[in-house]
Design a protein around this ligand. Structure first.
Ligand code: LLP
Length: 421
C-alpha cells in the first residue's frame, strides 16, 4: 500500500497533485511520500514486536538527509556502508549508537570517522578488515563492538547482481570458518564480538532462503556461545522484496517475515537488527517524467521521455520492471497499445520498457515510474551532461524540494581547469 493514488482524475502524492510538483520543480524529479515511508518502517517495527529489536534503514536505498530524518524521528536506526552515508545519517540527527556500519571494503579513514563519531557496531566482512579495525581502534584507545558477517552459502533466488549469500560472492566470511574468526576477534585488541551479521541479497520474494540462513545463524549462535563468546545481537540484514509489477506479484509481507525471525532466532534471547532498504523506500517514491516525443519506428513505437537511464538505472542494469502510469487518469476501459519507453541518452540500454502496454499517450504528458524510491535517485548520475535529478518530499498537502536540480552552471563549476590549459 502506498499513498500515490488517483483522485479527481489525476495522480496525487498524498494530497498533492503530481502535476503541481512538475509545474514547480520541472521533470524529471523523484517524489517521495512521508506517509508511505513511515507506514513501511512501522510495518517492520511492529512485525518484530515482542523481540528486543532495532530496524536499521539501509541508507543506500535512498539516502537523502530529509528521508533519513523522517525515519529517524519515527525511531529507525540506520545501516550505512560508507563514511558518506554515516555522515548523512549524523546530519539527519541519528546518534552513533543507532548506526551500524556494514560494507565489504571499509577503509581505515572511514573506520576512524565512525569511531570518532560513535557507532553501534561494525559488521566486519573479512579477516584483513578485522585486523585493520583492531589496529585503528587500539590506536584510538577505544573498543568497538563488532559482529562478523557470515556467508551462509544460501541461494537467495534473486537477480544474480544482487544476490550476496552464496559462497562465490564477495561478501562475509564462510560460515564454516566462523569459529576461528571469532577466536581471533577475541584475541585482538580494540574489538569486542557482540553478535553475528548476515545479509543474503536483495529483492527476495520467497522467505525460504531467509529461513535457511537464519537457522544457520541460530545454530552458530549456540556454537559460539559454547566457545565462550557473548553473542547478544543478531543483525539479519535486509532484502525483503517489493511488488514491482503490481498486477502479478505479491511478495511476503513484513509481518510474515517477522514471524519467521521469531520462529528461527526468537528463542536465543538476542536483540535483533534488520536492515531493510527497498521495502521502506521503494514504494514510497516515484520518478515523474514527461513525454518529449512520440516516434514511429520500423514496426515499433517509441515514447521518448525527459528521464533517462542516468536518472533510473534499474531497468538497464537489472532488466528491472517499473510500472509506468500516466498522471492523468486514463478513462475506464481505455485501450492500451504497446510502446517502447526510452530516454534521450545515447545508448540502446537507455530503455525503460519494451512493448509496454500503455493507455493513450501524447507529447507533453506526464508519466510516473512507480516503486522507484529505492535505488532510484541513489544510483543516479550526470551521464550525458544531464544535471543530477532532484528530489521532492511530500507530507499531506505540502511538499518541499529536498535536493534541488543543479543548474548547468553549478554542474560545470564542479570541474576545474588545470593551469597548463
Ligand atoms: N544490508 C546490506 C548489507 C546490504 O548490502 C543491502 C543491500 C541491504 C541491507 C538492503 O537491502 P534491501 O532491503 O534494500 O533489499 N541496487 C540494487 C539493490 C542493491 C542492494 C545492495 N545491498 C537494485 O536496484 O535492485
Amino acid at each position: 500500500m502506498d499513498h500515490f493514488l488517483y483522485r479527481d482524475g489525476a495522480l496525487h502524492a498524498e494530497d498533492v497533485p503530481l502535476a503541481d510538483i512538475a509545474a514547480t520543480v520541472g521533470t524529471p524529479v523523484y517524489v517521495y511520500s512521508t506517509a508511505t515511508l513511515l507506514r513501511h518502517f512501522r510495518l517492520f517495527d511492529e512485525a518484530l514486536d515482542g523481540l528486543p529489536h532495532l530496524v536499521c534503514y539501509a541508507v543506500k536505498a535512498a539516502g537523502n538527509v530529509a528521508i533519513l530524518k523522517t525515519l529517524a524521528e519515527a525511531g529507525a536506526g540506520m545501516d550505512v556502508v560508507s563514511a558518506g552515508e554515516y555522515l548523512r545519517a549524523k546530519a539527519a540527527g541519528v546518534p552513533g549508537e543507532r548506526i551500524v556500519f556494514s560494507g565489504v571494503g571499509k577503509t581505515r579513514d572511514e573506520m576512524r570517522i565512525v569511531l570518532e563519531g560513535g557507532i553501534r557496531q561494525v559488521n566486519v566482512e573479512s579477516e584483513p578488515e578485522m585486523r585493520a579495525l583492531s589496529e585503528v581502534a587500539a590506536a584510538m584507545g577505544v573498543t568497538v563492538p563488532v559482529t562478523v558477517r557470515v556467508n551462509p552459502d544460501v541461494d537467495a533466488k534473486t537477480h544474480a547482481k544482487i544476490a550476496t549469500g552464496k559462497s562465490e560472492n564477495k561478501f562475509g566470511i564462510p560460515i564454516a570458518r566462523a569459529r576461528e574468526v571469532y577466536a581471533e576477534v577475541a584475541r585482538l585488541p580494540g574489538l569486542k564480538a557482540i553478535g553475528i551479521d548476515v545479509h543474503i541479497g536483495s529483492q527476495l520474494t520467497d522467505l525460504a532462503p531467509f529461513e535457511q540462513a537464519y537457522r544457520k545463524v541460530a545454530e552458530l549462535t549456540e556454537t559460539l556461545r559454547a566457545d565462550g563468546h557473548g553473542i547478544e545481537r543478531l543483525d539479519l540484514g535486509g532484502g525483503l522484496g517489493i511488488p514491482y509489477e503490481r498486477s502479478n506479484s505479491a511478495p511476503p509481507l513484513p509481518v510474515e517475515y517477522g514471524a519467521l525471525i521469531k520462529r528461527t532466532v526468537g528463542h536465543l534471547g538476542c536483540e535483533v537488527e534488520i536492515e531493510p532498504g527497498r521495502l521502506i523506500a521503494g514504494n514510497a517514491g516515484l520518478l515523474l517524467a514527461r513525454v518529449t516525443y512520440l516516434k514511429e519506428g520500423e514496426g515499433r513505437r517509441f515514447a521518448i521521455l525527459d528521464a533517462a537511464m542516468n536518472d533510473l538505472i534499474r531497468p538497464a542494469m537489472y532488466d528491472a520492471w517499473h510500472d509506468i502510469v500516466p498522471v492523468i487518469e486514463p478513462e475506464a476501459g481505455a485501450e492500451t497499445t504497446p510502446w517502447d519507453v526510452v530516454g534521450p541518452v545515447c545508448e540502446t540500454g537507455d530503455t525503460f520498457a519494451r512493448g509496454r502496454d500503455l493507455p493513450p499517450l501524447a507529447e507533453g504528458d506526464l508519466v510516473a515510474f512507480r516503486s522507484a524510491g529505492a535505488y532510484g535517485a541513489a544510483m543516479a548520475s550526470e551521464y550525458n551532461g544531464r544535471p543530477l535529478v532532484p528530489e521532492v518530499l511530500v507530507k499531506g498537502d505540502h511538499f518541499a524540494v529536498i535536493r534541488a536540480r543543479p543548474t548547468y552552471e553549478e554542474m560545470i563549476a564542479r570541474d576545474s581547469i588545470p593551469q597548463w590549459l
